[in-house]
Design a protein around this ligand. Structure first.
Ligand SMILES: *Cc1c(COP(=O)(O)O)cnc(C)c1O
Length: 369
């Protein structure tokens, strides 16, 4: 007799769901990668085998995002948070101002950190909290940026507040654009040439925690001063092909498997179609609940990756979180300071997972509405 196990859907904001087929490959290769007799975890980062894993991960990422040749790709450690400072340490040489757009939790933290170890003036270019209490996004035309600034920094998808620039800001009249794409990279096509530097921690929409992707326009490397210690210096990492020190080998390996999975799914354009559908049916379910479920974000700014919602009562939210868990719908509790619920529906979340969530939401409302 076979026992039908209930499906588990992981709505965690990060570290987050990974494609099951990727984890199965990793399982198969755990003790013996490709006939080497070694696990990827236990081989030298300078071995031909690992160098090949890194090379192909970069090439596949380049193919998926259509990264132009004048951009360098790095897989660094330190998380997205390290980039709040690395960007400033490396890109402000000869500049005295950075423009910073605050639209939610992560850009707020970035703004508070960027000035440390730097004399640059971290200029608040727009504040979505003051303007909209983080229920909408200041449009790029209203950002107070100077073409003479070292760069403008913004977060394209605010993981906690459930906000996303659905129209990607255009760089016209702006200094180089530095963008935190941690929770949406690879979810939709982008024009890399619109950015000076893109960074993304892997653990939201790519792979396990431990590696952070940096995509940097070549000419910006000229700004990196030798006074910046090598371990924090983009140029020294690029000059040593990402091998200045030991990279996070296993997370890079898994990320590479995810890139291949994305290719097998039809690439980023196909992902965008599915992601748009998943987000639409979930927001529709919220909006059509007669006010039982609430999301206050303006439709134009709603994230297709992190869908936040709550009911009218915190006790009911708590009950929702508890009951959903017993139905295999996991980690739906909202961010600690936000309360309510958050469904993170990254690339690896299948449509069926969102459908199962909606079914539960409707049934829960019947009982408590
Ligand atoms: C999670 C997250 C971060 C922080 O990532 P760490 O890897 O923990 O430093 C930064 N920015 C965004 C948009 C995030 O979602």
């Amino acid at each position: 007799m076979t026992i039908q196990m209930p499906s588990i859907y992981n709505f965690s904001a990060g570290p987050a769901i990974l494609p099951e087929s990727v984890l199965r490959i990793a399982q198969t290769e755990m003790f013996d990668y490709n006939g080497t007799g070694f696990s990827v975890m236990t081989m030298s980062h300078r071995s031909d085998v690992f160098m090949s894993i890194l090379y192909h991960a970069e090439q596949d990422l380049r193919q998926l995002l259509n990264i132009p040749d004048n951009y360098k790709v790095l897989f660094l450690q330190g998380g997205a948070s390290a980039q709040f400072n690395m960007t400033v340490m490396n890109l402000c040489n000869g500049f005295d101002r950075v423009d910073s757009v605050v639209t939610g939790n992560w850009s707020r933290i970035a703004h508070s950190q960027m000035g440390k170890l730097s004399d640059a003036n971290i200029h608040l270019a727009a504040h979505g909290g003051d303007l909209y209490d983080y229920t909408d996004l200041p449009s790029p035309e209203t950002w107070d940026v100077s073409p003479n600034s070292a760069f403008v920094h913004y977060v394209i998808n605010e993981t906690v507040h459930g906000l996303q620039y659905r129209d990607i800001p255009k760089p016209d009249g702006m200094p180089p654009v530095v963008c935190d794409m941690s929770s949406e990279i690879l979810s939709r096509p982008i024009n890399v040439a619109d950015f000076g530097l893109i960074y993304a921690g892997a653990q939201k929409n790519i792979g396990p925690s431990g590696t952070t992707i940096i995509i940097i326009r070549e000419d910006l490397l000229d700004r990196c001063s030798d006074r910046v210690p090598d371990v924090w210096n983009y140029k020294s990492h690029v000059e040593r092909q990402g091998m200045y020190n030991t990279p996070a080998t296993y997370p890079i390996y898994i990320s590479g498997l995810v890139f291949r999975w994305l290719q097998s799914q039809g690439g980023i354009a196909q992902m965008q179609t599915i992601n748009a559908l998943k987000a639409k049916i979930l927001y529709d379910a919220i909006d059509n609940s007669g006010g039982f479920y609430i999301n206050k974000v303006k439709p134009r700014a709603r994230s297709q990756m992190n869908v936040i919602f709550h009911t009218a009562r915190p006790e009911l939210d708590e009950l929702f979180a508890e009951e959903s868990t017993t139905r295999g719908l996991r980690l739906l509790r909202g961010y600690k300071s936000m309360g309510g619920m958050r469904a993170s529906i990254y690339n690896a979340m299948p449509l069926q997972g969102v459908e199962a969530l909606i079914e539960f939401m409707q049934e829960f409302q019947k009982r408590y509405g």
